[in-house]
Write a protein that binds this ligand. Sequence first.
Ligand SMILES: *Cc1c(COP(=O)(O)O)cnc(C)c1O
Length: 363
Amino acid sequence: MLRDTVVQVNLGVLADNMKKICEMVGKGVAVMPVIKADGYGHGAVGIAPTLMEQGAAYLAVATLTEALELRTQYKDYPVFILGHTPDRLLPIVVEQNITQTIFSSAQARILAEESKKAGKKAKIHIKVDTGFHRLGIDDLQELKEICSFKEIETEGIFSHLALVNEEENEKQVKKFLGIVDELEKQGIHFKYKHIADSIAAVDYPEYRMNMIRPGALVFGLRSFEKGFVDVEQAMTFVTRISQIRQVRKGEGVGYDYLWKAPENMAIGTLPFGYADGYPRNMRGKGYVTIKGVKCPIIGVICMDQCMVDLSGVPGVKEGDPAIIYGDGSESTMTIEEAAELAGTNKNEIVARISARPPREYIK
Ligand SMILES: *Cc1c(COP(=O)(O)O)cnc(C)c1O
């Protein structure tokens, strides 16, 4: 490790999470873990083998670049793009055997032509807009047209919930199933039908259909409310003290001296900052844990470093480990707490961790 600031990923926890999710949904439901945004900060390529071993039906990502990163490492494993791939790049999707989300007959036509040229059958899942109004269509005629291309395999059909409330969820699911029903009446059938992300997969068993798309849940980030599955946080974000300084009462620390020492005391400089993806707005709220003691971050969080109050830590020395995000034990800050303090959600806290801190995989 060329840095002290490291994202540690516990692959045992990740495997257990995936196992528990598969057990929760049972045999008839395929699990497609979502590992976009570099595996929610955990490192997509590093965690993929663990998910494959646990029987992931697909590895799902948001973009073509993310898909190609996986494809380069894992030549044959099913890879799925949840997002839009521009028309000009669709030939790459065919060439690399990537399953693509599509939402227009124009896209289907391009994939059909490319399939013919390449002598293979591109796989697609059609995205239906049931109310979220992000990607998708709800026009039956166009949906039928997409399904009419013999050169491509329309393997699945899916939608996404806005998760407004139970009533709105129900409306979306009804609309989705109505469209699927209509197509099936015309003799069009899909291997996979899916609408549930992490929260819906746990809270609404009836929405699992025969595939779920959990992201956060795989990493042990719990946002479900009604249901339960015992997943655990797989990530720990750690660093070490670079330097300890003694400051005198009244002296300022950091840019603009926005923090001033209330008394003579020890402060520590830590080698992580907002360029590592730590929220800069944690000023005045964030803390790290050193020797089981919460050490408040003091002053402005810099791009590469920040300072903490060490006055409560007996016998602290340079090089001592500090936990940035832990599992909550020994007074560490969980990703959930970080999200609350930074005023965002758990997914953003992990997704924003940048490529700079190395990922370390623990078996
Ligand atoms: C990101 C994403 C998911 C996973 O979301 P979580 O809330 O992390 O489970 C599922 N489906 C789609 C379409 C997504 O974009």
